[in-house]
Design a protein around this ligand. Structure first.
Ligand code: HEC
Length: 109
């Protein structure tokens, strides 16, 4: 293996760790207080009209929250909820909900 192949192999090994480390779930739990009214404290929605977001992939949550914030995905309820979130806030909140059991919690009841 030459040095370039070695570097590429190391980058590949590190990539998932870096992607997964984005966001702090403990901070996200606090920052998600406003979301609890609809999506529940652990992402199991309080009513069926709201989506369950607990246990969802973190990258999907980051992408969809930013899409609402940046106007790519339009929804009159969600847009104002996330309008003032920074990228770090979004990553923390996404880390919190991604770390929850989500639908498995419902199935197990
Ligand atoms: C007043 C109720 C309400 C609150 C509070 C709320 N949401 Fe939502 N959320 C919704 C509704 C309704 C939708 C579905 C929007 C649509 O159909 O596109 C949604 C959709 C979402 C989705 C997309 C789910 C998917 O499967 O694509 C995410 C992620 C999300 N909300 C995150 C949040 C976060 C994070 C917060 C807090 C900062 C929050 N929501 C606060 C009502 C709410």
């Amino acid at each position: 293996m030459n040095i370039i192949q070695q570097s590429a192999a190391i980058a590949l090994l590190l990539a998932p760790a870096i992607a997964f480390s984005a966001g702090d779930a403990a901070k996200g739990q606090n920052k998600s207080a406003v979301c609890h009214a609809c999506h529940g404290p652990t992402g199991v929605a309080v009513q069926p009209i709201y989506p369950n977001i607990g246990g969802q992939h973190q990258d999907y949550l980051i992408k969809s929250i930013k899409a609402f914030r940046d106007g790519e995905r339009q929804n009159a309820i969600m847009a104002p909820m996330v309008a003032n979130l920074s990228d770090a806030d979004v990553e923390d909140i996404a880390a919190w909900y991604a770390s929850q059991q989500g639908l498995t919690e419902i199935k197990d009841k």
